[in-house]
Ligand binder design. Structure first.
Ligand code: MOS
Length: 713
């Protein structure tokens, strides 16, 4: 037994760069991912996915594959365990996309119709690919376009419509009007690590080891699906190679749990890259009409944004693209509306900056078009339309430092003296241009619980059901706990991603670190009070727990958001249509930055997504089959190293005064506005507006000859 000693001089871990605490394990391969963790007596499941876009399963011809080497079982709608489809989950109503093998209906190409289980992964795959499934096919419809038949505005959600004043009157009275349609294609998360889950029964408990962004969330869903009490499910997810919204509960979890039940053995289901395209969600394509009406000086009279997206016939999921303007721009009349159409496609889901990523492309492009029409500098135009309070809600902002971001960004990027006319800078075969855009993303917090233990050896152990999906959350929590305990980070061990640690928010909505930090700080404070009483620490340590439910509920209503300013410089080869981004700069006001090293990575990662969204990413659907063309990382092109130039991210001081650590959340804002900054730079280079992403070479070429530049560079 030892008495703890604390050194007051060592506080200040938060805000100082710290390498990832699990970095050594990751680079040496000691860190194991879900698909690599060994289990005794493990069997392997392989999903068979539907090959038709709409219809019914007539027959799953299992007999032939059951005779193949190593095959143990074929689960399908005729023989799989039943699940409960009526529960309310932690994150909302039950997900019908998890009701696999419960009925014979096929809602899209890629719907799971069977799970083949075998002794080895290779045997399971060979049998699943040999499995003959007969269908009764029905005509399908996968054609998405703005305002197409079947489009509706959901009535049961307050997020769908926000309105103030008379938009039509405002537009009619405006000196300048922008009225354009912008589109973004179907986009995929494409996390480096594919999804994997192993399920087994252990002493009456369902144990799952997987790759997720919230172990409590997965445990909660599985408990409800299989009618188990919460204490009978344990989910762990130690290391996760990217998630971005795609790593909630997915059909492979359900299939693995069913097979483990049927066979009474551990069963692992791993998805292939190709399967991820239909099994794990994606971002809906969008078609967005933005109408801006302004006075001669650029002050907005009317702001109108109508955002259309698709969903599946299984579940309604709406990409909230029009929410962006409700935060960003003041206008006398303001209207933002969402519409959705159910088609014979997989269900879309959250994907990094859901809503704000496509929404900011449309709005920030339209602002640039308005700046051109009014003859006002794009940054000055944004400053002129800064709201003092929420443009629609009239609530105060917790803090709003977007102008500070533009000031700092403009200075560092060299915006001053920019010739506003397009097509004026030429360098050999390249036309050069620069563009800018604003960014915002909500700053939220959700109730969480944590435990902090003072160990007898003078170290501390933090336990919280957090997820580190590659963000550096484990390291951030180590620094936060160290400061709260007033000890060096080396004396703090943070254990995460085990649902047995108790309820905590997920790595989602840019709310993970903020929600977990609040719980860890609270528990650490309670522990210090206990330790202040003095005395020795027993062998089992002294543990204090926290639950932030009440503290979070006491937060007053405010507009709480992070903000940013994005800048890009591009070069456009007008003979090939190639667009090269030369440099990008993002300056953010996103709360207290806990670990500058990993925060910078997150911002830059988001900005690279924006570059990729602007120029490369597009999942193409074949209207004839209803399935994807080239559902792999060769066919689905995203930015690779050679596409990524000098990218800088930095931030201004912007602590959240209502948060114990000052955190706002940084996971998603990096992508917001980035695609618009690139598109606006392409216009500045060429004089041609590109309102449809991605800005492919063929689109640049077919847009016609650019304005002839002076060639003065
Ligand atoms: Mo994020 S799309 O909230 O994982």
């Amino acid at each position: 037994m030892t008495t703890t000693t604390r050194t007051a001089a060592v506080t200040g871990a938060v805000g100082a760069a710290h390498v990832r605490v699990e970095g050594y394990d990751k680079v040496t391969g000691a860190a194991r991912y879900a698909g690599d963790i060994p289990f005794a007596d493990l069997a392997h499941g392989w999903l068979a996915l539907s090959t038709v876009a709409r219809g019914r399963v007539l027959a799953v011809e299992s007999d032939a594959v059951l005779a193949m080497p190593g095959v143990l079982a074929v689960l399908h709608h005729g023989n799989a365990p039943r699940v409960d489809g009526e529960y309310m989950s932690m994150l909302g109503p039950p997900d019908p996309a998890l009701q696999v093998f419960q009925h014979d209906r096929v809602p899209y190409v890629g719907w799971p119709v069977a799970l083949v289980v075998a002794e080895t992964s290779e045997q399971a795959r060979e049998a699943a690919e040999a499995l003959v499934v007969r269908y009764e096919e029905e005509p399908h419809d996968v054609a998405f376009s703005a305002g197409r038949p079947g489009m509706y505005t959901p009535e049961d959600s307050p997020d769908m419509v926000a309105e103030k004043g008379d938009v039509e009157a405002g537009l009619a009275a405006s000196a300048f009007v922008v009225d354009e349609e912008y589109t973004t294609p179907e986009e995929h998360h494409s996390s480096m690590e594919p999804h994997a889950a192993t399920a087994r029964w252990d002493g009456g408990r369902l144990e799952v080891v997987d790759s997720n962004q919230g172990s409590m969330w997965v445990a909660d869903e599985l408990a409800k699906l299989f009618s188990l009490d919460a204490a009978s499910v344990r989910v762990r997810s130690e290391h996760v190679g990217g998630a971005f919204g795609s790593k909630g509960v997915r059909p492979h979890h359900v299939a693995a749990a069913m097979a483990a039940t049927t066979l009474d053995r551990p069963v692992r289901v791993v998805l292939t890259r190709r399967q991820m395209f239909t099994v794990t969600g994606y971002r809906s394509p969008t078609a967005q009409r933005v109408r801006l009406g302004a006075d001669p000086d650029g002050r907005l009279r009317a702001f109108d944004h109508q955002a259309d997206c698709l969903t599946s016939t299984v579940k309604e999921f709406v990409e909230l693209s029009a929410a962006y303007g409700r935060v960003m721009y003041e206008a006398d009349a303001h209207r933002t509306v969402h519409r959705v159409v159910p088609l014979d496609v997989p269900t879309p889901t959250w994907m990094r900056a859901p809503g704000e990523a496509p929404g900011s492309f449309a709005v920030e492009s339209a602002l640039d078009e308005l700046a051109e029409k009014c003859g006002v500098d794009p940054i000055a135009l944004r400053v002129r339309n800064e709201p003092a309070v929420g443009p629609v809600s009239r609530l105060p902002f917790s803090s709003r430092n977007v102008i500070a971001c533009f000031d700092e960004g403009a200075r560092r990027f060299g915006w001053a003296g920019r010739d506003p006319r397009p097509g004026r800078r030429r360098e050999g075969r390249w036309l050069l241009g620069t563009g800018t855009a604003a960014a915002t993303y909500p700053s939220g917090v959700a109730p969480s619980t944590a435990a902090v233990t003072a160990e007898a050896d003078g170290t501390y152990t933090v336990r919280i059901t957090a997820a580190d999906v590659g963000t550096g959350a484990r390291t951030a929590l180590t620094l936060i706990a160290a400061d709260a305990l007033e000890v060096p980070p080396e004396r703090v061990r943070v254990r995460i991603a085990d649902s047995d640690f108790g309820p905590a928010w997920v790595a989602g909505g840019s709310m993970g670190t903020r929600s977990w930090a609040w719980a860890v700080t609270t528990a650490a404070g309670a522990l210090r009070e206990q330790l202040a009483l003095g005395g020795d620490i027993p062998a089992e340590g002294i543990t204090a727990r926290s639950d932030t439910t009440e503290a979070v509920a006491r937060l007053t209503q405010k507009e709480r958001h992070s903000f940013g300013a994005q800048f890009a410089e591009v070069a456009v080869d007008v003979s090939t249509g190639e667009v090269r981004v030369r440099r990008m700069l993002g300056v953010f006001a996103a709360g207290k930055i806990v670990n500058p090293l990993t925060a910078r990575s997150q911002f830059i990662g988001g900005m690279i997504w924006g570059l990729s969204m602007a120029l490369h990413e597009e999942a193409v659907r074949d209207q004839a089959t209803g399935g994807h063309v080239g559902a792999d990382l060769a066919g689905y092109h995203f930015a690779a190293n050679a596409d990524v130039p000098l990218i800088e991210a930095d931030w201004v001081d912007d602590p959240d005064v209502d948060d114990p650590v000052g955190i706002k959340g940084i996971g998603e804002i990096g992508i917001v506005g980035a695609a618009a900054a690139v598109a606006n730079a392409v216009w500045h280079a060429t004089g041609v507006r590109h309102r449809h992403l991605p800005i492919r070479p063929d689109r640049v070429l077919s847009a016609g000859a650019p304005a002839e530049g002076d060639g003065d560079a």
